[in-house]
Design a protein around this ligand. Structure first.
Ligand SMILES: [Zn+2]
Length: 427
């Protein structure tokens, strides 16, 4: 074995003092005691699986003044996320083999964490998805327009899903109905206007359309960032291959508690009422939500500091996701078991990755945390290029170390690997 590490392991749903044996990046043994020359003991600190984020916008290529694969993946690493999946709405959009190859090259040179890329599905490339498939980890469909997004017409949804189903890879969908959004379109001056213009009805309609077009398909279909009670109710009738994710911002905010810098919280789908937020927490705690996803979508402060109507939608969140949820375990808002299922295990399962769990045979991707070390989140301590966080002043528990494939990537406040350490996965 190359390395053994001893601490409080989360394994088979409980904690036990024990050792992980690691060889060639994999967990090869989990025992009460194991020893190699390369052994270290983290004492009473917890050893938990690293998180996996199926939904990030690292803005590279095209918008690298907001974020790039280097800064975005550093933010992931310091936030305990060992693997990220990047959305196609960059410049150029990743909708072809050529653009996927280019982005894979960029990420391979810059990323500190493992990564996968999605292909954007549009009316134009719908017939080429099978040939594009070997170059991506899955597909993304925007049913409604959002910042820098590309679009698929609703009448082409069934054809698109039949095509992606053949590839066996996951299809993620931004579920807001374009026709409904157009009907409600108006000048927006604040977050309540934004909520009215992107009403829950638009989410419900899109989810109904997705369910109606998903019959007799077996590959995973994922509904991104569920935000409303109506959408949640619609999903109670979903087929088994449809999964659903929620973001930290839809769980930690509601529209009535955000009165300063409203444009910073402008995001699609919008932050809704406390009633919607409580429904999402209910879903998380009753096994009705499958995963957490950050939808990390940074914009600069300059871009957000304009009239509300002109501000782009999206906010950063990858570095704070795991720490925020670890901190609310103490308040009994979530159990550790639920957190690890939604942040690690289930995302790995959806992409078919050998990560997400402390188990023999999986990648040695884990974090070390001291649950007594709660910190106040401030943008100064974070690593996203955008330089601000919507969670300023919130409490978080950050990992002191993170390992990816058995390599120590983070120790205290230092990054120990070189750019380009991250590997392409899930293709
Ligand atoms: Zn997104």
């Amino acid at each position: 074995m190359d390395l053994t590490i001893e601490g409080k392991l989360y394994h088979n749903g409980t904690f036990e003092q024990g050792c992980l044996g690691i060889q060639q990046g994999k967990i090869v043994a989990i025992k009460k005691s194991l020893k190699t020359d390369n052994h270290f003991n983290v004492g009473n600190n917890l050893i938990l699986p690293a998180g996996i984020d199926l939904h990030v916008h690292f803005r590279d290529p095209g918008f690298t003044y907001k974020e790039d694969f280097s800064t975005g993946s550093q933010a992931a690493a310091f936030g305990g996320i060992s693997c990220v999946f990047d959305m196609p709405n960059t410049q150029p959009q990743t909708t072809s083999i050529q653009t996927l190859k280019e982005k894979t090259q960029i990420a391979s040179e810059k990323s500190y964490v493992d990564f996968g890329l999605y292909t954007g599905v549009s009316d134009e490339n719908i017939g080429r998805l099978a040939e594009i498939s070997p170059f991506c980890s899955g597909f993304k469909i925007f049913l409604g327009g959002s910042t820098h997004s590309l679009q698929l017409s609703t009448q082409n949804l069934r054809i698109a899903l039949l095509e992606t189903n053949r590839t066996k890879k996951i299809t993620l969908i931004h579920a807001e109905d374009e026709h409904c959004l157009k009907t409600h379109k108006d000048i927006e001056n604040n977050l309540v206007d934004h909520l009215r213009c992107r009403s829950a009805e638009c989410e419900e309609t899109a989810i109904r359309t997705i369910i109606n077009n998903s019959h007799n398909l077996s590959s995973p279909i994922h509904i991104c960032h569920l935000s409303s009670c109506g959408g949640f109710e619609m999903l109670r009738k979903k087929p088994h291959n449809i999964s659903v994710g929620v973001t930290p911002h839809h769980l930690f905010f509601d529209v009535h508690t955000l009165d300063t810098k409203p444009a910073y919280y402008k995001v699609n789908p919008p932050i809704r009422s406390s009633f919607d937020r409580d429904t999402l927490w209910y879903g998380v705690n009753h096994k009705l939500i499958d995963i957490f996803e950050s939808d990390h979508a940074p914009h600069t402060e300059e871009e957000k500091n304009v009239a509300f109507n002109d501000a782009p939608s999206g906010l950063p969140g990858i570095e704070t996701m795991y720490p925020l949820f670890l901190a609310v375990i103490k308040k009994e808002q979530i159990t550790l078991g639920t957190l690890l299922t939604l942040l690690c295990e289930k995302p790995a399962q959806l992409i078919n990755l050998p990560k997400g769990k402390i188990e023999v045979g999986r990648d040695a991707d884990f974090i070390v945390v001291d649950m007594k070390k709660t910190e106040t989140i401030t943008a100064e301590k974070l690593h996203s290029k955008c330089g601000w966080t919507p969670f300023e002043g919130f409490q978080g528990i950050f990992p002191s170390m993170m390992f990816i494939r058995g390599e120590k990537v983070i120790d205290d406040h230092h990054i120990l690997v070189k750019q380009g350490f991250g590997k392409s996965v899930g293709v």
